[in-house]
Design a protein around this ligand. Structure first.
Ligand SMILES: [Zn+2]
Ligand SMILES: [Zn+2]
Ligand SMILES: [Zn+2]
Ligand SMILES: [Zn+2]
Length: 370
Protein backbone atom coordinates (compact mmCIF):
# COMPACT_ATOMS: atom_id res chain seq x y z
CA UNK A 1 0.00 0.00 0.00
CA UNK A 2 1.21 3.50 -0.85
CA UNK A 3 2.24 5.37 2.25
CA UNK A 4 -0.17 8.27 2.92
CA UNK A 5 1.30 11.75 2.51
CA UNK A 6 -0.77 13.13 5.34
CA UNK A 7 -2.49 11.60 8.38
CA UNK A 8 -5.86 10.13 7.36
CA UNK A 9 -8.00 11.62 10.11
CA UNK A 10 -11.33 10.76 8.49
CA UNK A 11 -10.23 7.16 8.14
CA UNK A 12 -9.09 7.06 11.79
CA UNK A 13 -12.47 8.50 12.86
CA UNK A 14 -14.30 5.84 10.89
CA UNK A 15 -12.33 3.04 12.51
CA UNK A 16 -12.78 4.59 15.96
CA UNK A 17 -16.55 4.86 15.45
CA UNK A 18 -16.97 1.36 14.11
CA UNK A 19 -15.16 0.07 17.20
CA UNK A 20 -17.52 2.09 19.44
CA UNK A 21 -20.48 0.83 17.46
CA UNK A 22 -19.48 -2.79 17.98
CA UNK A 23 -18.82 -2.63 21.72
CA UNK A 24 -21.86 -4.10 23.45
CA UNK A 25 -21.54 -1.99 26.54
CA UNK A 26 -19.73 1.28 26.92
CA UNK A 27 -19.08 3.01 30.19
CA UNK A 28 -16.62 5.80 30.80
CA UNK A 29 -13.76 5.67 31.39
CA UNK A 30 -13.34 3.03 28.69
CA UNK A 31 -11.05 0.15 29.62
CA UNK A 32 -8.73 -0.73 26.69
CA UNK A 33 -7.88 -4.10 28.25
CA UNK A 34 -11.49 -5.18 27.77
CA UNK A 35 -11.14 -4.41 24.05
CA UNK A 36 -7.84 -6.29 23.86
CA UNK A 37 -9.45 -9.33 25.48
CA UNK A 38 -12.50 -9.05 23.23
CA UNK A 39 -10.31 -9.23 20.13
CA UNK A 40 -8.20 -11.98 21.73
CA UNK A 41 -4.92 -10.16 21.11
CA UNK A 42 -1.94 -11.05 23.22
CA UNK A 43 -1.02 -8.72 26.04
CA UNK A 44 2.04 -8.75 28.26
CA UNK A 45 3.34 -6.30 30.85
CA UNK A 46 6.88 -4.97 31.10
CA UNK A 47 6.98 -6.48 34.61
CA UNK A 48 6.33 -9.93 33.17
CA UNK A 49 8.91 -9.40 30.42
CA UNK A 50 11.46 -8.23 32.99
CA UNK A 51 10.80 -11.24 35.23
CA UNK A 52 10.90 -13.76 32.36
CA UNK A 53 14.22 -12.45 31.08
CA UNK A 54 15.69 -11.56 34.47
CA UNK A 55 16.27 -7.97 33.41
CA UNK A 56 15.11 -4.61 34.73
CA UNK A 57 12.04 -2.70 33.51
CA UNK A 58 14.42 -0.02 32.20
CA UNK A 59 16.21 -2.60 30.08
CA UNK A 60 12.88 -3.79 28.65
CA UNK A 61 11.91 -0.20 27.83
CA UNK A 62 15.29 0.46 26.23
CA UNK A 63 15.20 -2.71 24.15
CA UNK A 64 11.80 -1.92 22.69
CA UNK A 65 12.49 1.81 22.36
CA UNK A 66 9.46 2.85 24.31
CA UNK A 67 8.89 3.63 27.92
CA UNK A 68 5.15 3.07 27.46
CA UNK A 69 4.24 0.25 25.08
CA UNK A 70 4.68 -1.38 21.71
CA UNK A 71 2.77 -3.75 19.47
CA UNK A 72 4.10 -6.64 17.42
CA UNK A 73 2.58 -8.66 14.61
CA UNK A 74 3.56 -12.28 14.12
CA UNK A 75 3.09 -13.00 10.43
CA UNK A 76 3.16 -16.75 10.79
CA UNK A 77 0.39 -17.04 13.35
CA UNK A 78 -1.17 -13.70 12.30
CA UNK A 79 -1.41 -12.60 15.89
CA UNK A 80 -0.89 -9.25 17.55
CA UNK A 81 0.68 -8.77 20.93
CA UNK A 82 0.71 -5.57 22.92
CA UNK A 83 3.36 -5.09 25.57
CA UNK A 84 2.92 -2.22 28.00
CA UNK A 85 4.70 -0.70 30.93
CA UNK A 86 2.46 -1.46 33.91
CA UNK A 87 4.83 0.36 36.26
CA UNK A 88 3.98 3.76 34.78
CA UNK A 89 2.57 5.81 37.61
CA UNK A 90 -0.60 7.12 35.94
CA UNK A 91 -3.45 4.72 35.16
CA UNK A 92 -4.84 7.28 32.75
CA UNK A 93 -1.56 7.41 30.87
CA UNK A 94 -1.59 3.61 30.57
CA UNK A 95 -5.18 3.83 29.31
CA UNK A 96 -4.19 6.20 26.50
CA UNK A 97 -1.08 4.22 25.65
CA UNK A 98 -3.02 0.96 25.29
CA UNK A 99 -5.68 2.63 23.15
CA UNK A 100 -2.89 4.06 21.01
CA UNK A 101 -1.49 0.55 20.39
CA UNK A 102 -5.01 -0.74 19.65
CA UNK A 103 -5.13 2.08 17.07
CA UNK A 104 -2.04 0.77 15.29
CA UNK A 105 -3.73 -2.65 15.04
CA UNK A 106 -7.19 -1.53 13.93
CA UNK A 107 -5.82 1.06 11.50
CA UNK A 108 -3.98 -1.86 9.95
CA UNK A 109 -0.64 -0.07 10.19
CA UNK A 110 1.45 -3.19 10.68
CA UNK A 111 -0.06 -5.10 7.78
CA UNK A 112 -0.51 -2.27 5.27
CA UNK A 113 3.02 -0.99 5.76
CA UNK A 114 4.60 -4.35 6.27
CA UNK A 115 5.98 -3.83 9.75
CA UNK A 116 6.32 -6.46 12.41
CA UNK A 117 6.92 -3.85 15.08
CA UNK A 118 6.36 -0.11 15.03
CA UNK A 119 9.12 1.87 16.62
CA UNK A 120 10.79 5.20 16.03
CA UNK A 121 13.66 3.45 14.32
CA UNK A 122 11.72 1.11 12.05
CA UNK A 123 10.38 3.94 9.84
CA UNK A 124 11.61 7.33 8.67
CA UNK A 125 10.75 10.16 11.03
CA UNK A 126 8.13 11.58 8.65
CA UNK A 127 6.38 8.28 8.10
CA UNK A 128 6.48 7.45 11.79
CA UNK A 129 4.92 10.82 12.59
CA UNK A 130 2.05 10.27 10.14
CA UNK A 131 1.15 6.91 11.69
CA UNK A 132 1.50 8.33 15.19
CA UNK A 133 -0.84 11.21 14.35
CA UNK A 134 -3.42 8.81 12.98
CA UNK A 135 -3.33 6.56 15.98
CA UNK A 136 -3.39 9.42 18.51
CA UNK A 137 -6.45 10.74 16.71
CA UNK A 138 -7.97 7.27 16.96
CA UNK A 139 -7.16 6.85 20.67
CA UNK A 140 -8.52 10.26 21.60
CA UNK A 141 -11.75 9.67 19.69
CA UNK A 142 -12.39 6.29 21.23
CA UNK A 143 -11.61 7.30 24.82
CA UNK A 144 -13.34 10.68 24.60
CA UNK A 145 -15.41 10.79 21.39
CA UNK A 146 -15.97 14.32 20.16
CA UNK A 147 -19.78 14.03 20.24
CA UNK A 148 -19.64 12.59 23.76
CA UNK A 149 -17.50 15.48 25.00
CA UNK A 150 -19.88 17.99 23.43
CA UNK A 151 -22.72 16.54 25.53
CA UNK A 152 -21.10 17.24 28.88
CA UNK A 153 -22.83 20.01 30.88
CA UNK A 154 -19.51 21.82 31.16
CA UNK A 155 -16.34 21.17 29.22
CA UNK A 156 -13.38 21.89 31.43
CA UNK A 157 -10.01 20.15 31.67
CA UNK A 158 -10.82 18.79 35.12
CA UNK A 159 -14.19 17.48 34.13
CA UNK A 160 -13.02 15.92 30.85
CA UNK A 161 -10.03 14.37 32.61
CA UNK A 162 -12.06 12.70 35.37
CA UNK A 163 -15.05 11.77 33.21
CA UNK A 164 -13.10 10.05 30.42
CA UNK A 165 -10.05 8.97 32.44
CA UNK A 166 -7.49 11.11 30.62
CA UNK A 167 -4.32 12.70 31.98
CA UNK A 168 -4.65 16.48 32.44
CA UNK A 169 -2.54 17.09 29.33
CA UNK A 170 -4.51 14.60 27.21
CA UNK A 171 -7.73 16.29 28.43
CA UNK A 172 -6.33 19.66 27.37
CA UNK A 173 -5.50 18.33 23.90
CA UNK A 174 -8.94 16.71 23.74
CA UNK A 175 -10.62 20.08 24.30
CA UNK A 176 -8.32 21.98 21.96
CA UNK A 177 -8.93 19.57 19.10
CA UNK A 178 -12.72 19.41 19.50
CA UNK A 179 -13.36 21.54 16.45
CA UNK A 180 -10.89 19.70 14.26
CA UNK A 181 -12.22 16.29 15.31
CA UNK A 182 -15.79 17.45 14.75
CA UNK A 183 -14.91 18.35 11.16
CA UNK A 184 -13.30 14.94 10.68
CA UNK A 185 -16.07 12.95 12.32
CA UNK A 186 -17.27 9.85 10.53
CA UNK A 187 -20.50 9.24 8.64
CA UNK A 188 -21.84 6.81 11.22
CA UNK A 189 -21.32 9.31 14.06
CA UNK A 190 -24.94 10.44 13.82
CA UNK A 191 -26.07 7.03 15.03
CA UNK A 192 -23.60 7.13 17.88
CA UNK A 193 -24.72 10.55 19.10
CA UNK A 194 -28.02 9.05 20.29
CA UNK A 195 -26.29 6.09 21.90
CA UNK A 196 -23.92 8.41 23.74
CA UNK A 197 -26.72 10.62 25.08
CA UNK A 198 -27.92 7.74 27.26
CA UNK A 199 -24.40 6.69 28.25
CA UNK A 200 -23.42 10.23 29.26
CA UNK A 201 -26.62 10.62 31.26
CA UNK A 202 -25.96 7.33 33.05
CA UNK A 203 -22.35 8.17 33.76
CA UNK A 204 -23.12 11.68 35.01
CA UNK A 205 -25.76 10.38 37.43
CA UNK A 206 -23.99 7.17 38.40
CA UNK A 207 -23.68 6.54 42.13
CA UNK A 208 -22.66 3.64 44.28
CA UNK A 209 -24.20 3.14 47.70
CA UNK A 210 -21.61 2.95 50.45
CA UNK A 211 -23.93 0.75 52.54
CA UNK A 212 -25.48 -1.89 50.27
CA UNK A 213 -23.05 -1.40 47.32
CA UNK A 214 -25.68 -1.17 44.64
CA UNK A 215 -24.90 0.87 41.56
CA UNK A 216 -27.59 3.10 40.12
CA UNK A 217 -28.06 6.04 37.83
CA UNK A 218 -30.91 8.37 38.79
CA UNK A 219 -31.07 12.15 38.46
CA UNK A 220 -30.86 14.26 41.64
CA UNK A 221 -30.53 11.24 43.92
CA UNK A 222 -29.91 11.90 47.61
CA UNK A 223 -30.87 8.46 48.92
CA UNK A 224 -29.97 4.93 47.87
CA UNK A 225 -33.02 3.41 46.11
CA UNK A 226 -32.25 -0.02 47.59
CA UNK A 227 -31.41 0.57 51.27
CA UNK A 228 -32.23 4.27 51.82
CA UNK A 229 -28.70 5.19 52.86
CA UNK A 230 -27.43 8.72 52.29
CA UNK A 231 -23.88 7.44 51.93
CA UNK A 232 -23.61 7.75 48.15
CA UNK A 233 -20.28 7.55 46.39
CA UNK A 234 -19.11 8.45 42.91
CA UNK A 235 -16.93 5.36 42.53
CA UNK A 236 -16.58 2.08 44.34
CA UNK A 237 -14.79 -1.21 44.22
CA UNK A 238 -17.60 -3.52 45.27
CA UNK A 239 -20.82 -3.67 43.32
CA UNK A 240 -23.90 -5.69 44.30
CA UNK A 241 -26.91 -6.35 42.11
CA UNK A 242 -30.41 -6.18 43.53
CA UNK A 243 -33.14 -7.27 41.25
CA UNK A 244 -36.46 -5.66 40.54
CA UNK A 245 -39.32 -5.69 38.04
CA UNK A 246 -39.40 -4.57 34.42
CA UNK A 247 -41.44 -1.43 33.88
CA UNK A 248 -42.74 0.36 30.81
CA UNK A 249 -41.95 3.98 29.97
CA UNK A 250 -44.61 5.21 32.39
CA UNK A 251 -43.13 3.25 35.30
CA UNK A 252 -45.85 0.57 35.21
CA UNK A 253 -45.05 -3.15 35.52
CA UNK A 254 -45.23 -5.11 32.28
CA UNK A 255 -46.56 -8.16 34.12
CA UNK A 256 -48.22 -8.00 37.52
CA UNK A 257 -45.43 -8.72 40.04
CA UNK A 258 -47.88 -10.37 42.45
CA UNK A 259 -50.23 -12.53 40.34
CA UNK A 260 -48.28 -12.67 37.06
CA UNK A 261 -51.28 -11.37 35.16
CA UNK A 262 -50.11 -10.22 31.76
CA UNK A 263 -53.39 -8.68 30.70
CA UNK A 264 -52.72 -5.28 32.17
CA UNK A 265 -54.99 -2.50 30.90
CA UNK A 266 -53.32 0.36 29.13
CA UNK A 267 -54.90 2.87 31.50
CA UNK A 268 -55.43 2.21 35.22
CA UNK A 269 -52.60 1.81 37.67
CA UNK A 270 -53.95 -1.25 39.50
CA UNK A 271 -53.86 -4.91 38.49
CA UNK A 272 -57.40 -5.84 37.36
CA UNK A 273 -56.95 -9.33 38.87
CA UNK A 274 -55.30 -8.86 42.27
CA UNK A 275 -55.59 -5.11 42.76
CA UNK A 276 -51.86 -4.46 43.19
CA UNK A 277 -50.62 -0.94 42.49
CA UNK A 278 -48.57 -1.52 39.34
CA UNK A 279 -46.65 1.74 39.33
CA UNK A 280 -43.66 1.93 41.64
CA UNK A 281 -43.63 5.37 43.25
CA UNK A 282 -42.78 7.24 46.40
CA UNK A 283 -45.36 6.67 49.20
CA UNK A 284 -44.38 9.36 51.71
CA UNK A 285 -44.03 6.73 54.43
CA UNK A 286 -40.83 6.54 56.43
CA UNK A 287 -38.63 3.98 54.81
CA UNK A 288 -37.31 2.40 57.99
CA UNK A 289 -40.43 1.84 60.13
CA UNK A 290 -43.28 2.59 57.68
CA UNK A 291 -44.83 5.19 59.97
CA UNK A 292 -46.23 8.26 58.27
CA UNK A 293 -44.05 11.32 58.55
CA UNK A 294 -46.22 14.26 59.51
CA UNK A 295 -44.22 16.83 57.70
CA UNK A 296 -43.44 14.69 54.67
CA UNK A 297 -45.79 14.76 51.71
CA UNK A 298 -45.25 11.94 49.20
CA UNK A 299 -43.07 13.47 46.52
CA UNK A 300 -44.78 11.19 43.99
CA UNK A 301 -41.62 10.39 42.08
CA UNK A 302 -41.97 7.38 39.82
CA UNK A 303 -39.01 5.17 40.60
CA UNK A 304 -37.34 2.18 38.88
CA UNK A 305 -38.69 -1.34 39.32
CA UNK A 306 -35.94 -2.21 41.78
CA UNK A 307 -36.37 0.80 44.11
CA UNK A 308 -37.37 0.08 47.67
CA UNK A 309 -36.72 3.66 48.64
CA UNK A 310 -37.37 6.96 46.85
CA UNK A 311 -34.00 8.36 45.77
CA UNK A 312 -35.28 11.94 46.01
CA UNK A 313 -36.85 12.12 49.51
CA UNK A 314 -35.87 8.83 51.16
CA UNK A 315 -39.44 7.54 51.75
CA UNK A 316 -40.51 3.99 50.93
CA UNK A 317 -41.97 2.94 47.58
CA UNK A 318 -45.26 1.26 46.66
CA UNK A 319 -43.49 -1.96 45.65
CA UNK A 320 -41.68 -2.09 48.96
CA UNK A 321 -44.79 -1.31 51.02
CA UNK A 322 -46.84 -3.97 49.24
CA UNK A 323 -44.16 -6.55 49.99
CA UNK A 324 -43.29 -7.47 46.41
CA UNK A 325 -39.74 -6.19 46.88
CA UNK A 326 -38.01 -7.65 49.92
CA UNK A 327 -35.76 -5.47 52.06
CA UNK A 328 -32.29 -5.32 50.58
CA UNK A 329 -30.74 -7.39 53.39
CA UNK A 330 -33.47 -10.01 53.35
CA UNK A 331 -33.14 -13.40 51.72
CA UNK A 332 -34.26 -13.34 48.09
CA UNK A 333 -33.34 -9.73 47.56
CA UNK A 334 -30.76 -10.69 44.98
CA UNK A 335 -33.03 -12.85 42.86
CA UNK A 336 -36.73 -12.46 42.45
CA UNK A 337 -38.72 -15.29 40.91
CA UNK A 338 -40.37 -13.79 37.82
CA UNK A 339 -39.81 -11.38 34.96
CA UNK A 340 -37.26 -9.44 36.86
CA UNK A 341 -34.78 -6.96 35.61
CA UNK A 342 -32.15 -4.65 36.95
CA UNK A 343 -33.10 -2.09 34.35
CA UNK A 344 -32.19 1.50 34.86
CA UNK A 345 -34.43 4.52 34.82
CA UNK A 346 -36.31 5.29 31.63
CA UNK A 347 -37.09 8.95 32.18
CA UNK A 348 -34.41 11.19 30.76
CA UNK A 349 -34.96 14.88 31.41
CA UNK A 350 -33.90 17.52 28.93
CA UNK A 351 -30.81 19.25 30.06
CA UNK A 352 -29.21 22.41 28.83
CA UNK A 353 -25.74 21.75 27.57
CA UNK A 354 -23.15 24.43 27.70
CA UNK A 355 -20.55 23.83 25.04
CA UNK A 356 -17.41 25.78 25.52
CA UNK A 357 -16.25 26.46 22.04
CA UNK A 358 -12.61 26.06 21.42
CA UNK A 359 -11.51 27.93 18.35
CA UNK A 360 -7.83 27.69 19.02
CA UNK A 361 -6.60 24.68 17.08
CA UNK A 362 -2.91 25.06 17.19
CA UNK A 363 -1.86 22.14 19.27
CA UNK A 364 -0.09 19.41 17.37
CA UNK A 365 -0.82 15.73 17.46
CA UNK A 366 2.80 14.77 16.95
CA UNK A 367 3.67 13.37 20.30
CA UNK A 368 1.71 11.34 22.73
CA UNK A 369 -0.35 13.93 24.58
CA UNK A 370 0.89 13.43 28.10
ZN1 LIG B 1 2.64 4.47 18.12
ZN1 LIG C 1 -27.85 1.25 49.54
ZN1 LIG D 1 -52.10 -8.87 39.92
ZN1 LIG E 1 -40.09 10.65 47.40
Amino acid sequence: MIFPRNPRYKYASEIADSLLEHLETISFPIDPLEIIHKYKWGVITYSELARENSISIQTVAKACQSNDAYVTFDEESETYTIAYNDTVFSRNRIRFTLMHEIGHILLNHLIDFDETILTRNSLTADKYKILENETNHFARNVLAPVYAVKQLPTISENHVSSFFGLTPIAAKVRIQLLQQDWINKSLQSNLLITKFKAIIFDTLNMKICGSCYCKFSLPNSKYCPICGSKKLLKRGYRIMKYEGYSLDNNGKALICPRCNNEDIHAKGEYCPVCGLMLVNRCTGYKFIDSSYEDESVPCGTIVPGYARCCHICGCSTTYYESGILPAWDEKGSHSLPNHTSTSRLVIVPNRETKVVNSNVVEISDDDLPF
